[in-house]
Design a binder for this molecule. Structure first.
Ligand code: NAD
Ligand code: AKB
Length: 325
């Protein structure tokens, strides 16, 4: 893959850096681009460990003046905006979810329109799709009628990113992430969170009650693939990014009983049971699998992890983690 040359003048701000994705993204960005070139920021105050790892600013993404001040103070050229309410939390607090998910995006888009920053990464989600979308191999361009507040905010965000690109030349890049699974950080209130919890419970108690029922197949991805895709789309030459809404991105697809079976290969006495709740309706409105042909063709995306490879890696790393505490 061809990468843009990353000049020492580039400085990255990650907004919402203490969450599931931010924790891993900041670490990888610092590895690739230098510790002091990546500023982490979140609503939460940093703990001593975070402060030791590199620059950190406590920042509310809804506070445009403070965001601007941080951009100026650090000479920021790129923002990765991760602050948001996810699908399950957003359904419980729809008005605030709309405010946070949209206003934070507008603040960053406006900073770019005013030429204070050069490039924006803002994640979309498979939640843009709804019940009227074809659920198998969901194509890039299809019916998009999301059934959740979260999905509506992602759909609107995609349209605004494209509008700012065409109208104002703002360099926006975005991926429709599937459900993300990793061992380094906890998920933050989504419908796909069960696929992280299940590994922890398998190791701790040998049993897990899934809030999604048997047969609920959803698109998922292991975090190392997601982080690689994120940095890859941001570092690709601008002319390769032909979609300025958001790209479909696929890793793997599975239902709760399939992830349980893959865990049972390592932990034979692991048991799964089912107690579906309000998140079932959200999951039922989403695709089962994603066609990411455009991401593969335009900027060379290719996933590395399938379910079995992910399960092996998750269990090894979580076992080590639990052995230390
Ligand atoms: P998360 O909930 O784990 O993390 C979000 C972080 O944002 C948290 O640390 C939170 O403290 C912070 N935050 C909340 N309000 C803030 C504010 N006002 N100002 C600054 N920080 C604030 O979420 P995540 O899973 O890391 O997701 C990041 C982004 O990726 C979101 O836009 C989400 O919609 C998208 N996404 C995630 C997934 C997934 O499976 N994790 C899938 C699709 C899309
Ligand atoms: C959620 O479940 O809300 C997220 C997502 C797929 O956007 N993991």
């Amino acid at each position: 893959m061809t990468m843009d040359i990353f000049t020492p003048m580039e400085k990255i701000l990650v907004v919402g850096s203490s969450g599931q994705i931010g924790t891993e993204l900041v670490a990888e960005l610092r590895k690739q681009f230098g510790q002091t070139n990546v500023v982490a920021s979140d609503l939460k105050p940093a703990d001593a460990d975070q402060l030791a790892l590199g620059p950190y600013e406590q920042l509310d993404a809804l506070d445009k003046d403070r965001l601007f001040a941080v951009v100026k103070q650090h000479g920021i050229t790129q923002i990765y905006l991760l602050a948001a309410l996810l699908s399950a939390t957003a359904e419980k607090n729809p008005m605030f979810a709309w405010k946070l998910n949209m206003e934070s995006l507008f603040h960053v888009l406006e900073l770019a329109r005013e030429k204070h920053i050069k490039k924006i990464y803002w994640p979309s989600s498979i939640a843009v799709f709804g019940t009227t979308t074809p659920q198998e191999n969901t194509p890039q361009f299809t019916v998009i009628e999301p059934a959740t507040v979260y999905g509506i905010s992602k759909q609107a965000g995609e349209r605004w990113c494209e509008w700012y690109f065409h109208k104002h030349g703002v360099d926006t890049r975005s991926l429709r992430y599937p459900g993300l699974i990793g061992w380094k950080s906890a998920p933050g209130g989504g419908t796909t969170d069960y696929a992280v919890h299940i590994y922890h419970e398998a190791l701790k108690s040998r049993k897990y009650t899934s809030f999604l029922k048997q047969g609920t197949t959803l698109p998922m991805m292991y975090m190392p693939d997601a982080i690689r895709a994120t940095i890859q789309i941001m570092e690709s030459p601008a002319e390769k990014i032909k979609i300025r809404g958001a790209y479909n991105l696929a890793g793997m697809s599975f239902a709760p009983e399939e992830i349980a079976a893959s865990i049972q290969k390592h932990i034979p006495d692991f048991q799964i049971s089912y107690a579906p709740d309000f998140r079932q309706a959200i999951a039922d409105s989403w695709p089962k699998s994603i066609d990411d042909t455009e991401a593969r063709n335009h900027w060379g995306w290719k996933p590395e992890f399938d379910l079995e490879k992910m399960t092996t890696d998750m269990l090894v790393n979580l076992k080590n983690l639990y052995a230390k505490v």
